[in-house]
Design a protein around this ligand. Structure first.
Ligand SMILES: Nc1ncnc2c1ncn2[C@@H]1O[C@H](COP(=O)(O)OP(=O)(O)OP(=O)(O)O)[C@@H](O)[C@H]1O
Length: 685
């Protein structure tokens, strides 16, 4: 079932529109909302849609319980190209009939015009012409399901809790009806426009970057009605924000700390507030803004005069409590995720890859080469220190975290948005809400502790109907972290091994071949002589030499092997089989000692038992592979082979015995070599 809690009774919005036209538009809006919800439930049969249209005429009822449905967009995960084409076709189909321009920005209901076939087409909603034009200028011709389902509810004055998966357009779900409400809707008559007016709208967000982004949306769309917006976030000077507030603004978008300061300094007055919006409310709790948010919400004296909207992709307990305390009793809930098992974006391909901490900086550039398709990549680390450290090791990347000065953070985000650099290494400061074009790949350096973090981080790709890839790295011995995220998020990870240098080289070679084809012929006379000399002095064929030239052009002079278990360069994963239980890593070591000198075993890494317990895998330096294989040949009942594909491995914590510790794998000690695993502070972003 779609989870629209209620479709409201139609209400008048624009006095100048004919009653007939209004009735028609309201009917279409309610039908579109029902269609949106139906589409998102995946039930597309016409008959069912008709039934739902009929249901929309029933009176509203409040509902605090989330009910689930699946977004039709998110049910499919086609190739990026296919998805783009489908999206284009969908947009073209949704193009509404031309409507006469209305310079006052007033709502002109479609009158006697035919309703566009797409129930979510802009023409089916009480959106004024000016705003429609702005939306179309951004390629938006129809509303997304969360927008279509909530539009009338917000415009008609309801408090609302809205939930949809990442990248499904929650921002416009509040921006559009708020703007219409202020300019053409219920608040038109009472909205102040004088100098020094207090704001009508307050939007709270957890991070400065997000505040900036939502501020830009309000400026872009609200600017069309002459509404002014002020962005209030910490780390930036007070003076410009205070000046703007003194002159009077319509909309304030900010982070809780700075908004609270401005209220306490009596620079920000909430007495004329008509809307307050909490976006990513749960993250505000994570970031320690709980008291500030509650204090700010508590500043509104007459809550009957203010509409409160709460949006997020995840709704943990505090957010539910917040909505009970601060939203009206007859609030509506529109939950397009609900009890669906899959909480993360389904237009994202979720991959899990075993990788030791020490190997991260080697392997990540290769993952980028293989999976980013030339687009942007965001790498998430658990701490600010590791973000800075990793960024220094990954060529062409920049770091973003809470210890970087605000001005610099803005430069970094602007550079990433504009494509000055394509790899951002960030803490959770970039996990929420950031909407950056063409982010193709997300890499998480380890499974985050909160499933919400996984959902939001991976949701920085696969937005607005596009596809994307999210790769989560994990230490082989902490595989249970992957299982936990899988269980809690509903994601089914595809398990992959590290891209082998040959894979990476091949994809780089393809790019180099394209690049060579685009080189101007003007270079030929200059380089021909050297090319001829090279060919005549070499015993190689022209093709082999060209292959070498391609390799060199993309920075390869050698291809190194990488182990499947821990992704370590120049290491190989071996599989020890005995046909009998091996019990623990220490037991594996005892078995190996039967044919390998003990001192040689110190270079062995990450012993992990297979699920049936009768065999184990581990990494050894590639130069020593033959010693192990040949050694085992002399012992009855023991075989050792090179692993081509990892067998199913045990997840439980390994023994803390002698050889189960930091040196040979297992969890005990958290050896420096493989990193300490936990113990890093997620809260410091
Ligand atoms: N109706 C629409 N048609 C096409 N594109 C849209 C539409 N609505 C929003 N978008 C685009 O979709 C992208 C994602 O929107 P938005 O950032 O609001 O998602 P979100 O649901 O808030 O995601 P998150 O949970 O990650 O914050 C934006 O680039 C936005 O411009």
């Amino acid at each position: 079932m779609p989870s629209i809690a209620a479709i409201p009774e139609p209400m008048a919005v624009d006095d100048s529109a004919s009653k007939k036209a209004k009735r028609k538009q309201l009917k279409a809006e309610a039908a579109a909302a029902a269609e949106a919800a139906a589409a998102s439930s995946g039930k597309k049969e016409k008959k069912e849609k008709k039934d739902k249209k009929r249901k929309t005429k029933e009176p509203a009822s409040s509902d605090e319980e989330g009910r689930s449905s699946t977004s039709s967009d998110s049910d499919r995960a086609p190739s990026a190209k296919k998805a783009k084409k489908e999206k284009k076709d969908k947009k073209a189909k949704a193009e509404p009939a031309e409507e006469p321009a209305n310079d006052d920005g007033e709502l002109t209901a479609s009158g006697e015009e035919e309703e566009p076939a797409d129930p979510n087409a802009l023409a089916n909603f009480r959106i004024s012409d000016k705003l429609k034009d702005k939306l179309k200028s951004k390629g938006i011709n129809a509303l997304f399901p969360i927008q279509a389902t909530t539009f009338a509810l917000v415009l008609d004055g309801n408090d609302l809790v809205g939930r949809a998966r990442t990248g499904q357009g929650k921002t416009l779900a509040f921006v559009l009806p708020i703007l219409e409400s202020l300019v053409n809707g219920p608040h038109k008559a009472t909205r102040r426009t004088d100098y020094g007016r207090p704001p009508s709208v307050l939007v709270l967000l957890p991070t400065r970057e997000l505040a900036n982004q939502v501020h830009a949306d309000f400026e872009f769309y609200g600017g069309t009605f002459g509404l002014s917006t002020c962005c209030a976030y910490g780390g930036s000077p007070y003076r410009p924000q205070e000046n703007a507030l003194r002159q009077g603004v319509d909309i304030v978008v900010g982070t809780p700390g700075r908004v609270k300061d401005l209220i306490e300094k009596q620079k920000l007055n909430l007495r004329c507030l008509k809307f307050r919006v909490l976006d990513e409310a749960d993250e505000m709790l994570n970031m320690g803004f709980k008291d500030d948010v509650e204090l700010i919400l508590g500043k509104v004296e007459d809550v009957t005069k203010v509409q409160t909207l709460l949006f997020s992709a995840t709704l943990p307990e505090w957010v539910k409590k917040l909505s009970m305390s601060f939203l009206k009793a007859d609030r509506k809930t529109v939950d397009l995720v609900g009890n669906e098992k899959m909480k993360a974006s389904a237009s994202v391909k979720h991959l899990a890859l075993p990788c030791n901490k020490a190997a991260r900086s080697q392997i990540i550039p290769d993952i980028i080469k293989c999976y980013s398709h030339g687009g942007r990549t965001i790498i998430f680390t658990e701490t600010k220190e590791s973000a800075s450290e990793l960024s220094s090791l990954i060529p062409g990347s920049r770091a973003l975290h809470g210890d970087i000065a605000q001005a610099q953070r803005e430069v970094v985000i602007a550079g990433f948005r504009s494509g000055k650099f394509l790899v951002l290494v960030a803490t959770n400061v970039a996990a929420r809400g950031l909407d950056i074009n063409d982010v193709q790949l997300i890499i998480q350096c380890e499974p985050p502790r909160d499933v919400e973090a996984y959902i939001h981080r991976s949701g920085r790709t696969g937005r607005a109907g596009n596809t994307g890839i999210a790769v989560m790295l994990f230490e082989p011995r902490y595989k249970f972290g992957v299982t936990r995220i899988e269980r809690e998020s509903g994601v089914k990870f595809e398990h992959i091994s590290a891209p082998q240098p040959t894979d990476v080289a091949q994809s780089a070679g393809n790019e180099a071949a394209e690049a060579i084809a685009s080189v101007s012929d003007s270079v030929i006379p200059v380089f021909r002589q050297q090319a001829e000399e090279l060919l005549s002095n070499s015993s190689m064929s022209a093709v082999d030499l060209l292959a070498k030239a391609l390799a060199k052009a993309v920075g390869y002079t050698d291809i190194k092997k990488r182990s499947l278990l821990s992704s370590m360069e120049n290491h190989t994963t071996l599989h020890l089989q005995t046909g009998r239980p091996l019990y623990t890593p220490s037991f594996v070591i005892s078995t190996l000692k039967r044919f390998m000198p003990e001192d040689r075993l110190s270079s062995l890494h990450g012993i992990t038992l297979t699920t049936d317990g009768t065999s184990a895998v581990f990494d050894v330096p590639s130069a020593e592979v033959q010693d192990y294989i040949q050694g085992a040949e002399n012992v009855a009942g023991v075989t050792i082979d090179e692993v081509k594909q990892l067998p199913a491995l045990q997840e439980r914590e390994q023994s803390k015995g002698n050889f189960g510790g930091s040196r040979f794998g297992g969890r005990g000690g958290g050896g420096r070599r493989f990193g300490g695993g936990g113990g890093e502070d997620l809260k410091t972003v």
